[in-house]
Design a protein around this ligand. Structure first.
Ligand SMILES: [Fe+2]
Ligand SMILES: [Fe+2]
Length: 445
């Protein structure tokens, strides 16, 4: 193959990717370069059988030859490969136009893929003559993103306290990052949502509700934009509490009616704050305004209209995180018990369809549940099994004699050979002085 041909293929691929940003699918500006790339590639594959496009230490290698100035010449192509953490794409003889345009679709999708998910996506689209190798998303990133998200909420609330209008960019960016990670590994992210802070409750609570809301939106197969506004509204849902004094928020026992009236203003205050933030959508403000209205409208503030359907997701996530957190006036509920409480309140406080979806997503033994096995071993659920709800993956922490293991190990209770071990009940981590948040922090670290 001549250098010219290689250049033409890369140029066509790059042009097709570039046009995808600007034009709808099927537009001639996308289709024409994709068709051209396919023709040139097919001709070449007739000679070679297979061609690889590799990203090696940030430089592009095509058909075994390093590409000069790839970043300048083929900016879109390199950027998409990097964003998707793709190390290699291999094309085999007989590749069709449909397969190539399927690849371009995958490259331009917002979501990230784990390596095995990429394989599934290719299979789902019946792409057999293109293979993709990608790097897995590092778990370490998850904790960094979680901590960054806590920092973003802190900044927003500090801005409000100082009388400044918070910036929207940080918020939308971190929600996008959290969404990518929820898609990449929902279990690990739900584990991180077990991180609670007693002193800085509000920041962690906001992040946890956002993670749970995004995860539920994903589970309910909502669109990208819907998931995004859920994430943003959830992250900011309690921003109005900056207007309520710390004393009242942390007060043990009952509040006076005057204090309670103050607390009840936080959804209205919050939506007013977010309304002033640049580019915030009306739906986001509305969901914040309505997050305590409740399904039967028995909450606050009193409104006539029906509640925004996506707001119901935030209310369920909000309640679950609050229930599983230690507060001045409440010991944390076990995840299993929190789900039971949500179910009891379905139809009154919460939309039954949303509670039902939440229950199916979080599983019978949710991630973060401490369980006892019939072998008397004790462990923590780290991965839910949606097909067999009583057989999650568990990290064993204590052996049959109650000794803490120096090297805890994971067991998939559904795996062949493990079916002899089964869960007999839930154990309380408090009795073992165990901080579930710290556990998942370590898991992600
Ligand atoms: Fe609230
Ligand atoms: Fe809340």
């Amino acid at each position: 193959m001549t250098t010219d041909n290689r250049e033409l293929i890369l140029r066509s691929l790059n042009a097709a990717l570039h046009s995808k940003k600007l034009y709808p699918p099927g537009h001639p500006s996308v289709a024409a370069p994709a068709r051209k790339a396919c023709q040139l590639l097919s001709n070449h594959l007739d000679d070679r059988g297979e061609v690889g496009l590799l990203l090696v230490e940030e430089s592009l290698v095509f058909d075994e030859i390093p590409v000069d100035n790839a970043r300048e010449q083929y900016g879109d192509l390199t950027a998409h490969l990097e964003k998707k953490r793709i190390e290699a794409i291999r094309f085999r003889q007989g590749v069709t136009e449909e397969e190539l345009s399927g690849l371009l679709d995958i490259l331009t999708m917002e979501r990230t893929f784990e390596p095995d998910e990429l394989e599934e996506e290719l299979l789902r689209r019946r792409i057999t003559r293109i293979t993709i190798r990608s790097e897995p998303v590092e778990k370490r990133n998850m904790l960094e993103v979680y901590n960054d998200a806590v920092g973003v909420v802190k900044n927003v609330m500090n801005d409000v306290r100082m009388g400044r209008i918070p910036k929207s960019g940080e918020v939308t960016d971190i929600v996008d990052e959290m969404t990518d990670l929820v898609f990449a590994d929902t279990n690990a992210m739900i584990g991180l949502a077990m991180i609670k802070s007693y002193d800085e409750y509000l920041y962690n609570h906001s992040v946890n509700v956002s993670i749970l809301g995004i995860a539920l939106g994903r589970f309910m197969k909502l669109g990208k934009h819907e998931i995004h506004i859920i994430g943003v509204a959830a992250l900011l849902h309690d921003v109005g509490k900056t207007g309520v004094s710390e004393e009242i928020i942390k007060k043990p026992g009952g509040l006076s009616s005057e204090e309670w009236e103050k607390v009840k203003q936080h959804p209205v205050l919050g939506s007013q704050i977010v309304e002033r933030m640049d580019g915030m959508e009306k739906d986001v403000c509305r969901m914040i305004y309505e997050h305590h209205v409740r399904y039967d409208h028995s909450g606050y503030p009193k409104i006539e209209r029906s509640i925004h359907p996506l707001g119901m997701i935030i209310s369920v996530a909000d309640a679950y995180d609050a229930l599983t957190t230690l507060r001045v006036y409440q010991n944390p509920h076990q995840p299993v018990d929190a789900v039971k409480i949500l179910k009891d309140l379905a139809g009154r406080h919460f939309d039954p369809a949303v509670v039902d979806a939440f229950e199916r997503m979080i599983g019978f033994y949710p991630v973060g549940t401490m369980i006892r096995l019939d072998t008397n071993e004790v462990g923590v659920v780290i991965k839910v099994n949606h097909e067999a709800c009583d057989m999650p993956t568990v990290k064993i922490l204590y052996d049959s004699d109650g000794n803490q293991l120096e090297e805890p190990y994971s067991v998939d209770l559904a795996a062949e050979g493990e079916k002899t071990r089964s869960i007999i009940g839930v154990a309380d981590p408090l009795t073992r002085n165990m901080d579930m948040g710290a556990f998942f922090q370590q898991e992600a670290g």
